[in-house]
Design a binder for this molecule. Structure first.
Ligand SMILES: Nc1ncnc2c1ncn2[C@@H]1O[C@H](COP(=O)(O)OP(=O)(O)OP(=O)(O)O)[C@@H](O)[C@H]1O
Length: 525
């Protein structure tokens, strides 16, 4: 292991101040898995420190120790130079640490103001009146560009605004150190830009930020220093200005990584999917799809770009058999029933449609089931998984799982482990492995690389391109424009339940697509 140099101090005269956070020789094991091994780190006050590392490298575990969710087996935590014990998250909050999780922990049917003061009220900090809380919120909003209506109900807010509420919650509790775990995974490009302005403001005011992300662009853009984790160890801490994306990628993965997808031009064959006049109205009577027409041919990847919430999810759900719709869908020339049962994924799979759903935790996996059960999930009728008409062949499923895990580099490669024991990126690899291994005619794939490290992104992208090159059709929905531009052979932009227009990747750019995503009419760009 390389020794990690102390994080350099910033220009803001922090040279003499003790580190805002110092970790000394932190270790943590889960059974046989050594999630953190002898980790030391110093983060100077008033800086933004990035942490990167492959899926399963131990980033979330380390932050969970800092936030009091897990107790380290060994090691010491110092805040502002003083040793602290952090047995639970209340202690973390008292020590001035705030955390913004990937999955927000807000109460959906309460207002912003109620969410912000919830839980803080019985702490020593509070007993402040609602009016005072409101004033304080307004001040924080002004100081940090965290504007959000205090009386809005959380469930009515966009994802980006919900995230602001999480940040406000932490600041309201006087967090001087803010940890963000993959904060931009669910944000639009504009929301991500705004978040970075907020983080820069926090730094400006002397607060310390730890940013966990898989996006090297974000590391380069906003951090002062960055640490690389690899297989439970912290292998380097660097000044951001003295490194670059290629260097970081190589340090993370241990080999050179292609940051661009290498692919030959598509050789489109016959039409596999035809969508005509597709309409979906949700339970509240709101029209989510307002007449979608699409055509997708064999050997082609059609990318659907768009800001989350503009109907892409509904499109995937209809095609995957989880949602009823009006209109017409033809697969290989034969119609698909759109009016049948609400959950008809099974008949879709039988027709050769595989589906990597956008939300792996609620639709892609059964978290308490073992990896091998999850790999067979939805496909247990396949002949290779059956001993006879009645009995399933568990041993065959376990063998297939071990093979898929090796193939997709799932770590740790243990078929018996429940899905929830894998890191987020490895859970995603399990879902992608299951669906791609079926060699479907049509692969529906939503946000395939959300939360996935760059080594695995390269791998998943290559597998998607290989499926295309084998003459299969791929419908790719992603909020990552990089991913769409790199992978798709054709790009359709969705806005407000409609297709705004189509572009060829070589003949457009992020700016034009961004305008179309914001609803600017085709040609107006
Ligand atoms: N509760 C748990 N029980 C068993 N093993 C766990 C548990 N939590 C984490 N692990 C294991 O510890 C290791 C580190 O996981 P961790 O979630 O910290 O990684 P990560 O770097 O945050 O990954 P990702 O980028 O995929 O989120 C992984 O091998 C994971 O499978």
């Amino acid at each position: 292991m390389q020794t990690a140099p102390a994080a350099p101090a910033t220009t803001r005269g922090a040279a003499t101040a003790p580190p805002a956070i110092e970790l000394r020789s932190i270790s943590k094991a889960f059974g046989p898995v050594q999630a953190n091994r002898d980790i030391s780190l110093r983060v100077a006050p008033g800086t933004i420190h990035g942490i990167i590392g492959e899926n399963g490298a131990g980033k979330s575990t380390l932050m969970s120790i800092l936030y009091g969710f897990y107790r380290a087996d060994a090691g010491e935590i110092l805040i502002d130079g003083r040793p602290v014990a952090i047995p639970d998250s209340q202690a973390a909050i008292r020590a001035g640490i705030g955390m913004v999780f990937q999955h927000f922990k807000l109460v959906q049917n309460l207002s912003v103001l109620e969410n912000v003061i919830l839980g803080a009220e019985d702490g020593p900090l509070l007993r402040r009146s609602l009016a005072r809380a409101r004033a304080e919120l307004a001040q924080l909003a002004r100081d940090y560009e965290l504007e959000v209506d205090p009386d809005a109900i959380v469930e009515d807010l966009s994802v980006g605004h919900q995230q602001r509420v999480e940040i406000l919650k932490a600041l309201y509790r006087d967090a001087r150190i803010l940890i963000l775990d993959e904060p931009t995974g669910v944000l639009t490009p504009a929301e991500a830009d705004h978040l970075f302005r907020i983080l820069a403001n926090l730094r400006q005011q002397g607060r310390t930020v730890i940013l966990i992300t898989h996006k090297l662009r974000e590391i380069m853009e906003i951090t002062d220093t960055v640490s690389v984790m690899r297989r439970g160890e912290m292998t380097a801490t660097l000044r951001t200005a003295e490194t670059g994306p290629e260097d970081l990628a190589e340090r993370m993965v241990g080999r050179k990584v292609l940051l661009q997808v290498a692919k030959a031009p598509a050789q489109p064959g016959p039409e596999v999917l035809r969508v005509e006049g597709l309409r979906v109205t949700d339970d509240r009577g709101v029209e989510r799809l307002r007449g979608i027409d699409l055509s997708l041919r064999a050997g082609e990847i059609l990318g659907i770009a768009g800001v989350a919430g503009n109907g892409q999810s509904e499109l995937l759900q209809v095609l995957g058999g989880y949602q009823r719709a009006e209109g017409r869908v033809l697969l290989n020339g034969a119609p698909i029933d759109l009016t049948g049962r609400r959950s008809d994924g099974r008949s879709r799979r039988a027709r050769g449609i595989a589906h990597v759903p956008e939300d792996r935790q609620s639709r892609g996996l059964i978290m308490d089931f073992a990896a091998w059960e999850n790999i067979a999930f939805g496909y247990h009728d396949a002949p290779e998984y059956r001993r006879n008409a009645i009995l399933m062949d568990n041993a065959a499923m376990q063998t297939a799982c071990a093979r898929a895990m090796a193939d997709f580099d799932v770590r740790p490669p243990l078929p018996m482990l429940p899905a929830r024991a894998f890191s987020g990126g490895n859970q995603q690899k399990i879902v992608v492995a299951r669906e791609i291994e079926r060699n479907p005619d049509l692969l529906l794939v939503g946000q395939p690389t959300r939360g996935v490290d760059i080594g695995a992104i390269e791998f998943i992208h290559r597998r998607i391109v290989a499926l295309r090159d084998a003459g299969k059709a791929v419908l790719l929905v992603s909020v990552e424009l990089d991913e769409i531009l790199g992978l798709a052979d054709r790009i359709a932009v969705m806005f407000d339940g409609r297709i705004m227009g189509e572009r060829l990747p070589g003949q457009t750019d992020e700016r034009e697509l961004g305008l179309m995503m914001a609803g600017m009419a085709e040609g107006a760009a």
